[in-house]
Design a protein around this ligand. Sequence first.
Ligand code: FAD
Length: 380
Amino acid sequence: MNFELTKEQEMTRKMVRDFAEDVIQPRAIDIDVNADFPDDIFKEMGKLGLLGIPFPEEYGGAGGDTVTYALAVEEIGRICGSTGLSYAAAVSLGASPIYYFGTEEQKQEFLVPLAKGEGLASFGLTEPNAGSDAGGTQTRAVLDGDEYVINGEKSWITNAGYARSITVTAVSGKRDDGKNIISAFIVPADTPGLTINSNYDKMGVRGSNTSEIILEDVRVPKENILGDPKKGFGQFLYTLDGGRISIAALAVGVAQASLDRALAYAKERKQFGQPISNFQAIQFKLADMAMEVELARNITMKAAWLKDQGKPFTKESAYAKLFASETAFRSANQAIQIHGGYGYMREYEVERYLRDAKLLEIGEGTSEIQRLVIARQLGC
Ligand SMILES: Cc1cc2nc3c(=O)[nH]c(=O)nc-3n(C[C@H](O)[C@H](O)[C@H](O)COP(=O)(O)OP(=O)(O)OC[C@H]3O[C@@H](n4cnc5c(N)ncnc54)[C@H](O)[C@@H]3O)c2cc1C
């Protein structure tokens, strides 16, 4: 693995960093406090080509790779976890499955506008009674003539309130062994029978849109089935493997922000006549944070690089998601501790990092599920 970034990767990182610092940073506190989805910022990101980084130019993308995309997610996550989560979900969950598994017609109709940043898409897997056990999907799709009729409910779907299309999973039949066949369907957001409610009051990533979806006799043409109808389950496992790299990158961003804030504050804050950074107790916290951020970034980049090389990356993306999300939570917690009482106040932002980091240990597979994935890769 070559640890040196290419010129293009460095340029994209710098461009995204500048954008995040100039455009997102001044809004980050308001986005969180008001749970305000930054629709206008996403339009700007679309114009800059950020929503199409890992997709080929022929589909409206920038022709970049997963490493470049992960760098972009980290830079946005360093400034605003809400924007970072919606960005990661739009690309990894909304657009990527259509790129991986879609027919040429589906790519032209649904992927091209997403990659060009003309809209967002969502991925609806989780249900009220099917979370970690996604195989327990209860949503049903029944073929009726040339259309599938879909009925069911999806919970906590990122960006659905602003999506132009939502890919939902549903049981479409039974295998010979009696197990359910789960397929994925692309549902345009304006399809009759689809109700999207964005009423959740969240602890963190408050400016990321999270919605409940109710599907009542939603009809889509049978051409809207995504990829091989019998391989829907395997397709979303692959999609989640890729998505975990972006959640890891987002976590690295939050962890880096926690370290940056804590270090700057420790050098500035004086107690007992000297900066608190002179105290070994504070230095050791900062040393641990710096080491963990570096390790989290390295494994995230390795997982991204493996994906770009077309090599297996399931284990490494689970390592990255697990280690980086837990690092983000620990780093944010230590950043609050280093800030003392000020850290408990919103204007210092580190309390937001902690609330945002917590989601990263839950979404796209909890820490427990990452450990299960790793154990399976070990042959357990
Ligand atoms: C803000 C937000 C955004 C989200 N965005 C999306 C999205 O865009 N699309 C989407 O489809 N979903 C989304 N989700 C859902 C998310 O992926 C699920 O919350 C997550 O997979 C966990 O499922 P659950 O909440 O039902 O928890 P459960 O599966 O009920 O788990 C509860 C607890 O039990 C543990 N547990 C469960 N099974 C096992 C096991 N076999 N072994 C050990 N421990 C286990 C879990 O780790 C957890 O600690 C989002 C969630 C949130 C909060």
